[in-house]
Design a protein around this ligand. Structure first.
Ligand code: GCV
Length: 651
């Protein structure tokens, strides 16, 4: 696509396939996609591709055989080598597509070496989804993409689904399939007036987007407003137990499936940050979700019901209310009441995608409810795609966390990320933020994969072998670097209210949002213990509840999330809290400076456009990191009166 960064699918990645002889067996739209990919590569590099849809194997001197053996929609494939031939076999067409991209990822290595036992590859999670917080119309406060840092929407322009530019949407589907993602929600969970109509009279536009994503095995989902029967149907109520309301949803859903037969389902943000929901009718969230589940059920659709429900009009003086408790308190009593096609979509932490939070105690606490774990690829609180902040290690920690013996990855039915993509030529604004999208997809496919290996895979695909160690160095530790120069020890927030970029230590301290640090002259942190605090620590299983209950056993990085401690409190690292704050803030800036130097040295290896964009953003990251360092250090020096042990400059 002209002028658009090829991301992890540059032409060169197809050279090993494109120079060889390939046989493709099977038929159907996704096999056509696979054929198209191979044919294009062969056109470019001189190889050949034959198509055989008959049942009998075609003899011939093929280097690669891609064969579909069944007609199901399965995603599994086997990969092997024998008699000098590489073979991918799948019983479902999606599996064949994923098998093709497996060969692309392996590159030359797919064709070398002796016989290779057939390996089976299957995704750990059936649903691997991106939620776009895209508005059709530009919102006066949130712009077109809420919390979007990569330009306008890929799907919507000038108040409509993109017309001739849907080629870009198809290219997006291709990138997503190549990292294993199979579902996309195309509009913001905050559903405004124009966007509400996507469900009814504007469904044709959604169908066009779905048509552009379908060739890559991506199913389309829609965020809907709970009040749709009132807003669109002119009913007097949206009560989920009202028969007319249920009938309205059933009819609306039937029309959606007429337009999009493989439609994935609805995403719903209800009773959250001003969005309507079942509370208005004295009904539970299970009642709300099940009503939509019933409408989707005849077509095999799913409702993603978000658990991000809390009081955003809290009185900051009220120390008993704790926002972190809210999701668990609301939803755990409903375990077992949700329909089989309802999936509870839970943010990975109890607050809101801060750089460091504990894993949400809701995860693992509802064994009879299907679970989607929601991550945030868009870097709302992690540098807004102006800072390098590769989130692979954060997500991997979440997925490996064992709430009660079993890892989060094994408890989840689905993984969802808020997309970080827009119509920017680099897709993600910051070219290196592509690594987050890629890593998310690959972790959703294989949650116990080593994130560092995924990073290297992305670097090799997107940049070739040249800059690999330098790029790895720039990205690998970047999440921890970001954590160092921003809010310390898990306390979170301290950002500028509203847009959430840059430091403001007290920005949210006296606000109604429930996001406080409680710093005074003696200490800082939120007491969430059972004994003396909000009781939040008690929402975990016994083992973790005990770990988090005491400052002596609580991990350092979460200390201020769980406890209010004196500045002189000695961490398990041996440092006092105040000295830790000073040291990490100085170190964080030094690490950004070091990354900037490494990047400067890669000028000849990464292409001029990418190099210039990242270099420019590095300048901003450094400016911002220094601002964070100086505001945080000065604030705490002034509050505590404790000097820095190393006498460095604090204002
Ligand atoms: C889409 C945070 C963000 C909001 C977002 C919300 C959510 O509060 O700041 O922009 O709304 O999360 O996840 O629903």
């Amino acid at each position: 696509m002209q002028g658009v960064d090829p991301a992890w699918l540059p032409d060169e990645a197809f050279r090993p396939i494109g120079t060889r002889r390939t046989l493709i067996r099977g038929s159907g739209p996704l096999v056509d996609t696979v054929h198209g990919e191979v044919a294009e590569a062969c056109g470019r590099f001189g190889g050949s591709v034959s198509r055989d849809s008959a049942a009998a194997p075609e003899p011939g001197p093929y280097d690669l055989v891609l064969e579909l053996t069944g007609t199901e929609g399965g995603e599994t494939y086997t990969f092997g080598r024998g008699d000098g031939r590489t073979t991918v076999t799948a019983s479902g067409a999606s599996g064949l597509l994923y098998g093709l991209f497996h060969v692309v990822r392996l590159g030359e290595a797919a064709f070398h070496g002796g016989d290779r036992q057939r390996e089976q590859h299957a995704p750990a999670l059936a649903l691997r989804m991106l939620d776009h917080w895209d508005n059709v119309a530009v919102h006066p406060v949130m712009g077109q993409v809420e919390r979007g840092y990569a330009g306008g929407s890929l799907f919507w322009a000038d108040g409509r689904a993109r017309g001739e530019l849907l080629g870009r949407v198809r290219a997006y589907g291709r990138l997503l399939a190549a990292c294993g993602i199979n579902a996309v929600a195309v509009n913001n969970v905050n559903v405004h007036e124009a966007e509400a109509r996507l469900l009814t009279d504007r469904i044709g536009e959604v169908a066009r987007i779905a048509g552009a994503l379908r060739p890559y095995g991506i199913r389309t989902h829609l965020s809907v407003t709970f009040a749709a029967p009132m807003v669109l149907g002119e009913l007097p109520t949206a009560d989920p137990l009202d028969e007319a309301v249920r009938a309205w949803w059933a009819e609306a859903t039937a029309r959606v499936y007429e337009a999009i037969p493989d439609f994935g389902g609805f995403v719903v943000k209800a009773d959250s940050e001003g969005q309507p929901g079942p509370f208005a009718y004295g009904r539970s969230h299970a009642d709300g979700a099940n009503m939509l589940g019933a409408a989707l059920e005849p077509y095999g659709g799913t409702v993603h019901w978000r658990a991000f429900v809390y009081d955003h009009r809290q009185d900051w003086r009220d120390r008993r209310t704790d926002r972190a408790r809210a999701a668990y308190d609301h939803f755990v009593p409903l375990d077992g009441q949700f329909a089989g096609n309802a999936v509870l979509q839970v943010k990975h932490g109890p607050m809101d995608f801060q750089v460091r939070e504990p894993v949400s105690p809701l995860i693992g606490a509802m064994p009879r409810t299907r679970l989607a774990v929601e991550m945030q690829a868009t870097q709302e609180y992690t540098g807004q795609q102006r800072h390098v902040c590769w989130l692979g290690p954060l997500w991997s920690e979440v997925l490996r966390f064992r709430p009660d013996g079993v890892p989060v990855a094994d408890l989840a039915d689905a993984m969802v990320a808020v997309s970080n993509v827009g119509d920017d030529p680099f897709w993600t604004g910051h070219p290196l933020a592509q690594a987050n999208l890629y890593t998310f997809g690959r972790l959703a496919w294989q949650p116990d994969a080593d994130p560092g290996a995924i990073l290297d895979e992305w670097i090799r695909l997107a940049f070739g072998p040249g800059p690999s160690s330098g790029l790895h160095a720039v990205l690998d530790g970047s999440w921890r670097t970001y954590e160092k120069y921003t809010a310390p020890l898990g306390v979170g927030w301290m950002v500028q209210p509203g847009h959430h970029y840059g430091p403001s230590v007290d920005g949210y301290e006296y606000s109604p949002w429930g996001t406080y640090h409680f710093a005074d002259r003696d200490g800082i942190g939120v007491d969430r213990s059972v004994t003396t605090g909000t009781g939040y620590a008690g929402q975990y299983s016994k083992w973790w509840a005990e770990v988090y209950e005491s400052p002596d056993t609580c991990p350092d990085e979460l200390l201020l999330f769980f406890h209010h401690v004196a500045y002189g409190h000695v961490l398990r690292s041996g440092k006092t809290v105040i000295q830790h704050i000073y040291d990490t803030h100085f170190e964080g800036v030094e690490e950004v400076e070091a990354a900037q130097r490494v990047w400067a040295g890669l000028a000849d290896l990464v292409g001029p456009a990418r190099h210039a964009r990242v270099a420019e953003l590095h300048e901003e990251q450094l400016r911002s990191a220094r601002e964070w360092r100086d505001q945080i250090n000065s604030y705490f020096l002034r509050k505590s009166g404790v000097p820095d042990a190393h006498g460095r400059r604090i204002y």
